[in-house]
Write a protein that binds this ligand. Structure first.
Ligand SMILES: *Cc1c(COP(=O)(O)O)cnc(C)c1O
Length: 461
């Protein structure tokens, strides 16, 4: 018997329905890019071959989730799907009280309004666009307390989502614990490249915040992916199912905002979940103003049913191994071609280091935005910018200049095949080969909020 035959993973599902894709020519893509102002967010999805813009709301639902859609109870109040979702959130994540919202930012809006007062400081393990904006709109100021390693795309530290406790202690000393309503902790830090936080770090953070009476609010958008990395990389968790690790993570925090469009395998939905009755009561008051009644929060009954089923599917070891396995496969292919990517490979996508890819383009000429446009031109693969455009401006009007200037190749869950991954890696490699001829962009239209969604650019000559 040959000994070194490897044991490959494969998808724990098979296809029952397919969606046909349009193939485009280079000339069609050139025109589409011009019309979109070189912003991949402004491309028509029809003109995209493989869509890696985001993993948000782009996952394939299972036959069970689709069956659940047919069980939608569309009563205005007290839908049975709400009670099923409430039971699922309690059972799987352990939070006591649930307020559904139309998506993650709906929960962020309500939570920020309740907990943040003008002049408050909100420390967090790297910012997220909508999260920080809601904190600022409520009068708070975000302070990044992620470890320095997270800002270095080459550092191989396995838990680059960790909090630097010294940075937090300094903030507590400087402002006092009363000015810090909560620490904002993301599991699998999106903006750092899908990097996980370790259980050890989270436990230490819990001990420190407990001492000062500070809450931890958990951005649990990618908690299952974080739990998988803990299982794979943290001592003592090798044989624990992802499901148990997820619950342990949640137990170390006081409440959570969730964009169910990511880990929870639905096309729309989110929630706020808290353990504190007072916060819950206030959230129920606010949800009717901004989202809808507290038993639907802007969702249809069928959406809540699909979410409840998706939550259960998302924490299965087989699912998450294949999900992250596909991302790692793509990352390895890119590395084989010499394309510079963020290390270690994260959970939801490959983040290409645009500063290294296009070192001749200064950050103010938008290297990552340029890279995303070039990859689309090459193959019809749509990626997006996570760099200076996404970082936006400070309250005083100056541009943030983030250390990381990345093009994100985000993989939707259960949607594409390994052959698609090969096509993507080859396209990135082709653009890399002609990188020296690539010039940057200039911004010709800038919206006031979250500019990366709608900004327009022109090619520099
Ligand atoms: C997507 C996302 C959000 C916001 O959720 P939406 O559903 O897009 O409103 C918040 N935090 C993180 C980490 C996210 O990835």
């Amino acid at each position: 018997m040959p000994k070194n035959i490897k044991h490959s993973w494969a998808e724990p599902y098979k296809m029952k329905m397919v969606e046909l894709l349009k193939m485009t020519t280079p000339a069609q893509r050139k025109r589409a890019l011009q019309e979109a102002g070189y912003n991949t967010f402004l491309l028509r999805s029809e003109d995209v071959y493989i869509d890696l813009l985001t993993d948000s709301g782009t996952s394939a639902m299972s036959d069970r989730q689709w069956a659940g859609m047919m069980l939608g109870d569309e009563a205005y109040a007290g839908s049975r799907n709400f009670y099923n979702l409430e039971k699922t959130v309690k059972e799987v994540y352990g939070y006591k009280y649930l307020v559904p919202t139309h998506q993650g930012r709906g929960a962020e809006n309500i939570l920020s309004k309740i907990l943040i007062k003008k002049g408050d400081i909100i420390p967090g393990n790297m910012y997220f666009t909508t999260t920080r904006l809601h904190q600022e709109l409520s009068g708070g100021k975000f302070e990044d307390i992620i470890i320095d390693e997270a800002h270095d795309p080459d550092n191989e530290f396995p838990f680059k989502g960790n909090v630097d406790l010294n940075k937090l202690e300094k903030l507590i000393k400087k402002y006092g614990a009363k000015k810090i309503p909560y620490v904002s902790i993301a599991t699998s830090v999106n903006m750092a490249g899908g990097q996980p936080i370790s259980m050890k770090n989270l436990k230490e953070l819990r001990a420190l915040t407990k001492k000062h009476g500070i809450r931890i609010i958990h951005d649990m958008t990618r908690v299952a992916e974080n739990a998988y990395f803990i299982q794979q990389k943290e001592k003592g968790y090798e044989s624990k199912p992802v499901k148990e690790i997820v619950k342990e993570i949640c137990s170390l925090t006081d409440g959570a905002t969730m964009s169910a469009k990511k880990d929870a395998l639905v096309n729309i939905g989110g929630f706020l979940a808290v353990n504190d009755w007072d916060v819950f009561e206030e959230a129920r008051n606010l949800v009717v103003v901004y989202e809808g009644l507290h038993t639907y929060g802007g969702l249809a009954g069928r959406d809540m049913e699909a979410m409840a089923i998706g939550i259960h599917e998302s924490i299965s070891d087989d699912h998450i191994r294949a999900r992250v396995g596909q991302v790692i496969y793509l990352g390895n292919q890119m590395m084989n071609y010499g394309v510079p990517i963020v290390h270690p490979i994260g959970g939801h996508g490959i983040f290409v280091d645009a500063k290294k890819f296009l070192p001749h383009i200064p950050q103010d000429h938008f290297p990552a935005q340029t890279l995303a446009a070039e990859v689309y031109q090459d193959s019809g693969v749509r990626t997006m910018e996570r760099g200076i455009v996404s970082a936006g401006r400070k309250p005083n009007g100056e541009n943030y200049h983030p250390k990381l200037e990345l093009a994100r190749f985000t993989i939707p869950r259960r949607v594409y095949t390994q052959a698609h991954m090969d096509v993507i890696a080859e396209s990135a490699a082709r653009v890399y080969e002609r990188r020296k001829q690539i010039k940057g962009l200039k911004m010709v239209y800038e919206p006031r909020y979250l500019r990366f969604f709608q900004a327009r650019f022109e090619k520099l000559k």
